[in-house]
Design a protein around this ligand. Structure first.
Ligand code: NAP
Length: 367
């Protein structure tokens, strides 16, 4: 029987991983570890001394951003993505309300869902709820599986013209008879809140150019680093994974922040030799517990994007979620690490809301 995994991350493309059947759950051999565009407002950080090559700052030891160490024998600070995302959502709520009071405009996000995949429907519902929670209007179009590409294009074109819509998101995956590329390309670059339009990615890659939107998950990773007071400039960073939606834009963003970047992918030989040199690792692979203690330089900061279900009969659902990084081992050697779940996941949807707000501000010239 197929199990549904309803995670809290929201990048439209991640839906393609789900639902998964129990038989596809990953069992990780003998080791079963338990497991932008600038910040909206960065709190003045107070330095916390760590045995690290990096300086990690936190406003207090009970900061919602970086919480205390795990337990005996571990040293890493836990970067609490859920708490950071909550702070960002509160900031967005305040900005939405300020904009409404000042110019009578409420930001609007349109989501197009084609077909009846339950996981996609859940993601769309979550986005709608997230919009409601911060006061952003949401518009939803649901089309049957056998709709034509032209019908989808017609809706996109309508939303492109609609002044009450500031962000357009096409929930992926699309049915196989549709050309994903031509549909995504039809979204106006000015409303491309997912940041997947080639023009936005191209601008991200070019010096002196500014993308209108940055893809939500990598933007969330950088925001987590900023809000945790972690210095990126001049550091060595390794991104594991080079997908269009996470790895590649994450590497571009780190480079824009003046880090020196290496990218590790499935053809990289001896990846641990490369990751061991990194002050900052962002991992977006989809392989449970792949990054082990000996992959990590003492004191490195680890941002784990991976969300991987692994079989665990002790859990009510028969599985639990782990990252790409062996969490317990990372906690022993890293200076700061994001948990899975509760790390990058909650940031993705917060960044979608942030992108929608920025779009509305830009389109209405509201500072
Ligand atoms: P993807 O499109 O499948 O890309 C995976 C990347 O990892 C590819 O570049 C691949 O290399 C590389 N890779 C695969 N096996 C590897 C190995 N053994 N060693 C080194 N590199 C390897 O996946 P994605 O969309 O980027 O997602 C990655 C993970 O992040 C998944 O677990 C996904 O669920 C999660 N995710 C989380 C969020 C969130 O909000 N937290 C959002 C999106 C995705 P090649 O290019 O050589 O094939």
């Amino acid at each position: 029987m197929s199990s549904m995994l309803f995670s809290d991350y929201s990048s439209s493309t991640t839906a393609r991983f789900l639902p998964f059947s129990r038989s596809r759950l990953r069992v990780d051999g003998a080791v079963f570890c338990r497991r932008l565009l600038g910040p909206l407002h960065v709190r003045p950080p107070i330095s916390v001394s760590l045995r690290t090559t990096l300086t990690v700052h936190s406003s207090s030891s009970s900061s919602p951003v970086i919480s205390a160490t795990m337990g005996t024998g571990t040293s890493a600070k836990i970067i609490d993505g859920k708490a950071v995302a909550k702070i960002i959502r509160d900031e967005i709520t305040a900005e939405v309300s300020r904009m409404k009071d000042a110019i009578g405009i409420v930001p609007g996000l349109a989501v197009i869902l084609v077909g009846d995949r339950k996981d996609s429907a859940t993601y769309v519902r979550n986005k709608k709820k997230a919009c409601e929670s911060v006061g952003i209007n949401s518009f939803e179009v649901r089309l049957p599986e056998d709709s034509s590409e032209q019908e989808v294009l017609n809706f996109i074109s309508g939303f492109n013209e609609d002044p009450s819509v500031h962000g357009i998101l096409v929930q992926l995956p699309l049915p196989s008879h549709m050309d994903e590329q031509s549909i995504l390309n039809a979204v106006s670059i000015e409303k491309d809140v997912d940041g997947f339009h080639p023009l936005n990615i191209g601008r991200l890659a070019m010096r002196g150019r500014e993308p209108l939107f940055v893809p939500c998950t990598p933007k969330g990773c950088i925001e987590l680093l900023h809000r945790s007071g972690i210095v990126i400039k001049g550091k060595r960073a390794v991104v594991i994974g080079r997908s269009n939606i996470v790895g590649m834009p994450a590497a571009l963003l780190l480079q824009r922040e003046d880090a020196s970047i290496s990218i590790v992918h499935s053809r990289t030989k001896n990846p641990e030799d490369i990751t061991r040199q990194a002050d900052i690792i962002i991992s977006a692979v989809g392989q449970p517990n792949m990054v082990r203690e000996n992959w990590i330089k003492p004191g490195a900061v680890i941002i784990d994007v991976g969300i991987n279900p692994v079989q665990d009969e002790k859990c009510p659902r028969g599985y639990r979620l782990v990252g790409d990084v062996c969490y317990e081992e990372a906690c022993k050697v890293a200076s700061a690490v994001t948990p899975v779940p509760g790390g990058v996941g909650p940031m993705t949807i917060a960044m979608l809301l942030s992108n929608t707000l920025s779009s509305a501000k830009r389109l209405h010239n509201f500072q």
